[in-house]
Design a protein around this ligand. Structure first.
Ligand code: SAM
Length: 297
């Protein structure tokens, strides 16, 4: 049997064999829940719309279950893994795939712009596809979005509850600063709900796959992205309070109230609205007006 005819890594028996062969023990602190269901993996890969002309960055390849499927679908795969113990295992399991490179490191520390320049100079379209370690889902997603890399899609398995927050629409209970941030940079869609039973070991929560199609540029250009996130965080600080009260309590000085009301009226946002009813576009317009008036300098 040739290597490529071998059973997929993401089957319960092959995964068990690999773990036994290398004497691997899971580290819960690194969010190590490996996928053992090829149907789920095919769904993830399909959602990423890959082809041999496209590149992929994977975060956390584990023993290579998803990496193998990505290698078959994409031109080039770079997988960033923090756990050194997995490197010899990956060298073994991924040996049939010459288009995969494993990089040892913490994805939060790595310079992704440099990674793209070094590994994907000839690829116009690069996506991030991953089964993310749950303990760092939000920091990883925010890093990917805020870095404004020219990514095509970000297709990731994350906790169901976080996926629902990311894709939530204004005015719903799940809508919050994470939804605004994600939807400011991308079109967000939950493509699949995934039961805990397809992982080894089983996590305590259900999971979901979210597809972020990164916008070429945000729907409204924001002059000051840091200020944008300060405004958003302030607006959601206390959900039962009005936008005006939240902005006054968390961003502006007491004596600036009349000016803040003036700014809100200027951009057509009723000061009595709740922050959670504002669209990402409205937050952007409001930020630009606050910046223009120089009220926070
Ligand atoms: N992709 C594999 C799969 O689907 O079976 C493993 C996914 S597992 C949920 C998460 C992986 O991310 C683990 O291999 C873990 O060691 C790795 N990891 C955890 N934190 C990381 C970080 N900060 N940077 C890179 N990899 C990380």
């Amino acid at each position: 049997m040739t290597d490529t005819n071998r059973k997929d890594i993401a089957t319960p028996t092959r995964t068990r064999d690999i773990l036994e062969k290398h004497g691997f023990s899971f580290k819960k602190s690194l969010g190590q829940n490996f996928l053992v269901d090829t149907n789920i993996l095919h769904n993830i890969v399909d959602a990423a719309e890959l082809s041999k002309q496209k590149g992929v960055i994977e975060v956390g390849p584990g023993i290579g279950a998803l990496t193998e499927q990505l290698a078959r679908a994409a031109g080039n795969v770079v997988a960033v893994e923090i756990d050194q113990r997995l490197l010899p295992i990956l060298a073994d399991t991924l040996s049939p795939y010459s288009n995969v490179q494993v990089v040892h490191g913490d994805v939060l520390d790595i310079d992704l712009r440099e990674l793209l320049a070094v590994h994907f100079p000839q690829y116009e379209k690069v996506s991030v596809v991953a089964n993310l370690p749950y303990y760092v889902t939000t920091p990883i997603l925010m890093k990917l979005l805020e870095s404004r890399l020219q990514l095509e899609h970000i297709v990731v398995m994350i906790q169901k509850e976080v996926a629902e927050r990311i894709a939530a629409k204004p005015g719903t209970k799940d809508y919050g600063s994470l939804s605004v941030a994600a939807q400011f940079y991308a079109h967000a869609e939950v493509t699949m709900i995934v039961p805990a039973s397809v992982f080894v070991p089983k996590p305590n929560v259900d999971s979901a796959v979210i597809k972020l199609s990164v916008l070429e540029k945000p729907s409204v250009e924001v002059n000051d992205e840091q200020l944008f996130f300060r405004v958003v965080r302030a607006a959601f600080a206390q959900r039962r309070k009005t936008l005006l009260n939240n902005l006054m309590n968390n961003l502006f000085k007491k004596d600036q109230k009349d000016l803040v009301i003036q700014i809100l009226n200027q951009v057509g946002i009723d000061p009595g609205r709740r922050g959670e009813t504002l669209t990402p576009k409205e937050f952007a317009i409001l930020t630009n007006e606050i910046k223009r008036t120089d009220l926070l300098s």
